[in-house]
Design a protein around this ligand. Structure first.
Ligand SMILES: Nc1nc2c(c(=O)[nH]1)N(C=O)[C@@H](CNc1ccc(C(=O)N[C@@H](CCC(=O)O)C(=O)O)cc1)CN2
Ligand SMILES: Nc1nc2c(ncn2[C@@H]2O[C@H](COP(=O)(O)OP(=O)(O)OP(=O)(O)O)[C@@H](O)[C@H]2O)c(=O)[nH]1
Ligand SMILES: [Mg+2]
Length: 467
């Protein structure tokens, strides 16, 4: 077995890192952040103002960053001093709040690097928070999810995960497995029973108990993924029915080009939007129809791909025209999907009635005029209703939201099922125990309690610089 490094060993390997933690660009203020043993010493070399080695922790100080080589003033700043261990990384942190210009911010970073700091890797601050035990991997992932959240719901789910609910549940499952393993020793001390038989029974029971908990978590993953990524909602229909107009209305923008020319939209367009609290990833598509045009053909193919991937389809029909073969084909094609049918252009003379469409489908039908903004709240309400039907209100629930966690939960479940199978088939206890130990390790990968270094490095490398 690989020997684990002691925390002290890990810590002594840590040098002082620096990075710009705000977006690169012009802005009011930028933050250059340092973490590590020498953070305060390095800051003191370039700061003119209070002696940072003497100030209280969690205090902020006015002064100037100067180039110690020639005493030239680089910028007027505010510097925050945060001493270990009660900091984001559990190390000494210094944050320099400078004016938000690209040149000045970079210059300050360069100065820190030439004074003894090392450029941080992407995600390295958060990685230190993890290695130093302040957060687990699920919390680290949630930090990134907060940064990347496209809708308020996605933010809400991520902040919930940051509280550590998922971590606690996983750790409790691991503890159950560990307690059972500890019992193995005890069983040997009771010779009146067959120790192996008792052990096998306990392993099998614990496996079932943990499987039940895993199933419960896996059940949340579909909802969790949708809340995190947005419900993929494809707006489809034949050309010129008002698909792009609908995207523009729902996003309250003019992101999509709208004209009276059929075939205006050539490529799919994605926008994140919250509709009555429902997080949607809206996809405007090129009108689906038969075409020989080379460019349009590719657009139509993309529309079909978007349709296949969609969680929800908004199928638009033009109510001022009779139902065409293409419309009928689209009604058939989208039949297996969660769907709302939108009869648009009700402001024009009506040639297609709700009743006529009802004969072809059980889906909800909403009549709208997107141009005149008629009945669009009803459409939004229908989206919301469809979304929340069959979904528990999730505000306080722990949700599994990412594929890494789902894959590891499934793997652990498989290992535990193998334990039960082995026990049922009278496989020797020490063989069954291999999978039992395996499940313990797999669950540990979710929280990072037993994750290999490569995995941890790979995960944090996806973070932004300065995070
Ligand atoms: N200026 C600044 N703003 C920021 C951050 C930062 O690093 N710097 N954060 C960075 O992402 C986020 C805040 N996250 C943080 C999480 C934990 C701790 C922290 O010091 N935790 C300690 C002590 C808590 C306490 O004082 O009670 C701990 O948990 O031990 C600080 C920030 C967002 N805003
Ligand atoms: N009268 C009327 N016109 C509408 C309505 N909704 C959209 N239109 C118009 O219909 C035309 C086509 O609208 P688009 O939103 O570009 O239609 P589309 O489905 O995206 O079309 P393609 O991208 O070509 O497939 C534009 O001139 C819109 O202003 C409506 O409710 N009533
Ligand atoms: Mg369009």
């Amino acid at each position: 077995m690989k020997k684990e490094k002691s925390m002290a060993q890990v810590l002594t390997e840590f040098d002082t890192i620096a990075a710009i933690s705000t977006p690169i660009g012009e802005g009011g203020i930028s933050i250059v952040r340092m973490s590590g043993e020498d953070a305060i010493k390095i800051a003191n070399q370039v700061f003119k103002g209070a002696n940072l080695a003497k100030v209280d922790t969690h205090t902020i100080h006015y002064g100037h960053i100067i180039n110690p080589q020639n005493d030239q003033v680089i910028d007027e700043v505010m510097v925050t001093v945060l001493r270990a261990p009660k900091t984001f990384t559990c190390e000494d942190i210094v944050e320099i709040n400078c004016h938000g210009g690209i040149v000045v911010t970079n210059k300050i970073l360069q100065l820190l690097l030439s004074s003894g700091a090392r450029m941080a890797d992407p995600g390295e601050f958060t990685k230190r928070a993890f290695v130093n035990g302040r957060i687990d991997l699920t919390q680290a992932e949630s930090v990134m999810d907060i940064v990347r959240a496209k809708t308020d719901k996605a933010r809400q789910v991520a902040v919930k995960q940051l509280e550590g609910g998922l971590m606690h549940q996983i750790r409790a499952m691991r503890q159950e497995i560990l307690d059972t393993l500890a019992n193995v020793e005890v069983n040997i001390d009771y010779p009146e029973y067959d120790a192996d038989q008792v052990t096998a029974k306990q392993m099998s029971e614990t496996s079932q108990s943990v499987i039940n908990k895993i199933n419960h978590l896996l059940k949340t993953s579909q909802q969790g993924t949708i809340l995190r990524n947005g419900l993929a909602t494809a707006i489809v229909g034949k050309p010129n029915v008002g698909k792009s107009s609908l995207l523009n209305y729902l996003t309250q923008s003019d992101k999509a080009i709208v004209t009276d020319v059929a075939g205006t939209t050539r490529d799919t367009l994605e926008e994140y939007v919250s509709v009555q609290g429902v997080p949607l990833k809206l996809i405007d598509t090129a009108g689906i129809h038969h075409t020989e045009d080379k460019v349009e053909k590719i657009g139509v193919e993309r529309s079909q791909q978007a349709l296949e991937k969609a969680d929800l389809v908004l199928l638009l029909l033009d109510s001022s025209k009779e139902l065409s073969d293409e419309d009928k084909m689209l009604i058939k094609l989208t039949e297996p999907k969660k769907r709302i049918i939108v009869l648009n252009k009700t402001d024009l003379g009506q040639k297609l009635s709700v009743d006529e469409v009802k004969e072809l489908t059980h889906s909800e039908i909403i009549s709208t005029s997107i141009l005149k903004e008629k009945n669009l709240e009803e459409l939004e309400g229908a989206i919301k209703e469809l979304f929340f039907s069959g979904i528990e209100n999730s505000n306080d629930q722990v949700l599994v939201t990412n594929q890494r966690q789902v894959a590891l939960l499934k793997k652990a479940k498989g290992e535990l099922e193998d334990v039960i199978d082995a026990v049922n088939n009278d496989v020797p206890v020490d063989i069954a125990q291999i999978d039992f130990n395996g499940a313990w390790d797999t669950l540990g990968e979710i929280t990072g309690d037993s994750a290999p270094d490569e995995l941890i490095n790979q995960l944090f490398s996806q973070f932004c610089l300065g995070k």
